[in-house]
Design a protein around this ligand. Structure first.
Ligand SMILES: C[S@@+](CC[C@H](N)C(=O)[O-])C[C@H]1O[C@@H](n2cnc3c(N)ncnc32)[C@H](O)[C@@H]1O
Length: 202
């Protein structure tokens, strides 16, 4: 995992990557819940993907989606060297149409043990509407960046970078929707930029 971090650190968009403590956290969580069938939305160079792949059993699976394959290919040699590439089914393109297809298909309902969402924050609500059908009862969805640089607790007129301000309302909307959703129980952790774990209960 350190080798992939070092490669990512040199990439011009390196602030997008999941933090090292989040990687360790994901790896531990997946082992604790005995996850086997998983999904990741938002791969970038594959740091959280590697953390996940290392935690799964030999026949474990990750459906991994990202609109950019080049960044995934930057980290892929490290994933191959770790001997876990066979667990990954990478799909290039926007995730929503893939999710819609899976829901229409019917056979994927309630099949995922764990789903990690770390992509376009303005679509998290749209992901949740679909993922709640795809995760199994007792399974977990993890939404990354739910503290959004701490902006979710800052007063609206506090100084913020433009992109932080832009996505802040979407993250606030998501946090409210998750807290009010009776189909899940949630736990928001101050790991990295905040992860909200949602365990499907019905
Ligand atoms: C924060 S980065 C992911 C970081 C990654 N989880 C890691 O551990 O390094 C967000 C990623 O989401 C991808 N993304 C943005 N919009 C997307 C979409 N509609 N569908 C799938 N991936 C998307 C971006 O290309 C980017 O690689």
């Amino acid at each position: 995992m350190k080798e992939l971090r070092d490669i990512t650190a040199k990439h011009p968009w390196n602030i997008m990557t999941t933090s090292a403590d989040e990687g360790q956290f994901l790896n531990m969580l997946l082992k604790l819940i005995n996850a086997k069938n998983t999904m990741e939305i938002g791969v970038y160079t594959g740091y959280s993907l590697l953390a996940t792949a290392l935690a799964l059993p030999e026949d474990g699976k990750i459906l991994a989606m990202d609109i950019n394959k080049e960044n995934y290919e930057l980290g892929l040699p490290v994933i191959q060297k770790a001997g876990v590439a066979h667990k990954i089914d990478f799909r290039e393109g926007p995730a929503l149409p893939v999710l819609d297809q899976m829901i229409e298909d019917g056979k994927y309902h309630g099949t995922f043990d764990f789903i990690f969402v770390d992509a376009d924050k303005d679509n998290y609500i749209n992901y949740h509407k679909r993922l709640i059908d795809l995760v199994k009862v007792g399974g977990v969805i993890g939404y990354d960046n739910t503290l959004w640089n701490g902006s979710v607790v800052a007063p609206p007129d506090a100084p913020m970078r433009k992109y932080v301000r832009y996505y802040r309302d979407f993250v606030l909307e998501l946090n409210k929707a998750l807290a009010a959703d009776p189909r899940i129980e949630i736990c928001q952790l101050p790991v990295g930029d905040g992860i909200t774990l949602c365990r499907r209960i019905s």
